[in-house]
Design a binder for this molecule. Structure first.
Ligand SMILES: *Cc1c(COP(=O)(O)O)cnc(C)c1O
Ligand SMILES: [Zn+2]
Length: 392
């Protein structure tokens, strides 16, 4: 069996579009397009057990993925990451069931591989000449790798001060590296212009429908790894929000299929104190976020001052009874050490931010110590070793 994709849908007004042509944002509202699947037919023709029998990577969920011909899948083995029990850390915090989804094991060292594999594969299927990719860093590295795998050119645009690892991995994989003065938002504007001028496909977060589909598989995997149950809460380091939006969508699809029961986890967005547009909008009860001025944090993945899908992130948080909070950079670094010393996990600062967030939420009683909580470590600390002193 393969993809049950049926159409694309505007997340603002519900208008539908065909999926068999290259799409970006919705022409009706200029908002995010979601892929929609024929879930009724899948429900009658498939079972969740079919997924368990397949190779452990994100393409095992091919029925809920957009690529129609398996030959078009460009894979480096992304997904199928462990959901680790954090026993020592859990004990230290007095928790019964603390889990860490270890996305640092993905190709190119971060969960960006999932989204980029899905988006590049689908664009390849529909026929493109190459890609542009504005990125705070990790998405560029992934785009470079999957572009190389597709045999298509990639032009990446990242802030000058992006991590060295991201610049080097992009160059190694043969993409054109453009360093931009300013932030990801500035890189984004340039990338779109270059894409239009040179007939390339722009892979900006949520400005095409399929990166979210790749990241959705984290939610499908978490449910599967918990024996087809959902956790009580997922703490997610939020930049553009693709992961929160994708996982929420994945849980909703499983619920609609009747393959899981219960209610989706509380989605908790953690941001950096130096760039917290979603936290501010959440606290002020707003449906959209204002761009955060002078965004600054060591956690490059969180340096997204104006997320395009702000309204979908805020919806996911509110509809699940979650919350949003900001943490300090210095606490993220301490948490990187703590994850390594207690659990042996070399985490990225973004992933470590979720541990800082967890501690705050246990202290103020938002989370209970007997709840099943999943921290998302979105990437490997090996890409950020510059943050670690040799003499600490
Ligand atoms: C991109 C990135 C994030 C933020 O992910 P979004 O889905 O854009 O919110 C978090 N952590 C790391 C390591 C990243 O590269
Ligand atoms: Zn619309």
């Amino acid at each position: 069996m393969f993809s049950y994709i049926d159409h694309l849908e505007c997340t603002q007004c519900g208008k539908t579009y065909p999926h068999a042509e290259l799409s970006k944002i919705s022409p009706c509202c200029n908002k995010v397009l979601f892929a929609r699947y024929d879930l009724q037919r899948l429900k009658s023709e498939g079972t969740r057990e079919m997924w368990a029998e397949r190779a452990s990577n994100m393409w095992r969920f091919s029925e809920l993925m957009p690529v129609q011909n398996p030959e078009n899948i460009l894979t480096l083995g992304e997904g199928g990451t462990p959901l680790l029990e954090a026993n020592q850390l859990g004990q230290k915090l007095g928790m019964k069931h603390l889990l860490i989804k270890e996305e640092g094991l993905n190709p190119t060292g971060t969960f960006k591989a999932r989204g980029i594999s899905a988006a590049v594969s689908k664009a390849y299927e529909l026929g493109v000449n190459g890609f542009t990719m504005p990125s705070a860093g990790n998405a560029a590295g992934a785009a470079a790798a999957y572009g190389a795998r597709a045999g298509l050119p990639v032009k990446v645009f990242m802030p000058q001060d992006a991590p060295a690892a991201n610049k080097k991995e992009s160059l190694m994989a043969g993409s054109e590296l453009n360093l931009v003065e300013g932030l990801i938002s500035d890189a984004g504007r340039i990338a779109v212009t270059v894409a239009e001028e040179q007939n390339l496909f722009d892979l900006s977060t949520l400005k095409e429908p399929y990166r979210a589909e790749g990241k959705k598989t984290m939610g499908l995997e978490i449910a599967m790894q918990l024996g087809w149950k959902m956790p009580d809460a997922i703490i997610y380091p939020t930049g553009g929000g693709t992961g929160i939006i994708g996982m929420y969508k994945g849980f909703q699809e499983l619920l609609e299929l009747g393959w899981i029961e219960g209610k989706p986890p509380k989605f908790i967005a953690v941001q950096a104190s130096g760039c917290q547009p979603i936290v501010k909008a959440f606290q002020e009860g707003k449906d959209v976020a204002e761009p955060w001025p002078n965004a600054a944090t060591i956690a490059d993945g969180l340096r997204v001052p104006g997320p395009f899908a702000d309204y979908l992130i805020l919806q996911a948080i509110r509809e699940t009874g979650g919350t949003a909070l900001a943490v300090e950079d210095s606490d993220m670094i301490d948490a990187m050490y703590e994850l390594a010393t207690t659990e042996g996990i070399i985490a990225c600062p973004e992933g470590a931010a979720t541990l800082v967030g967890l501690k705050h939420l246990l202290e103020d009683g938002f989370l209970k110590r007997d709840e099943t909580v999943v921290l998302l470590n979105t990437g490997s600390g090996y890409k950020y070793l510059d943050l670690i002193n040799e003499d600490k």
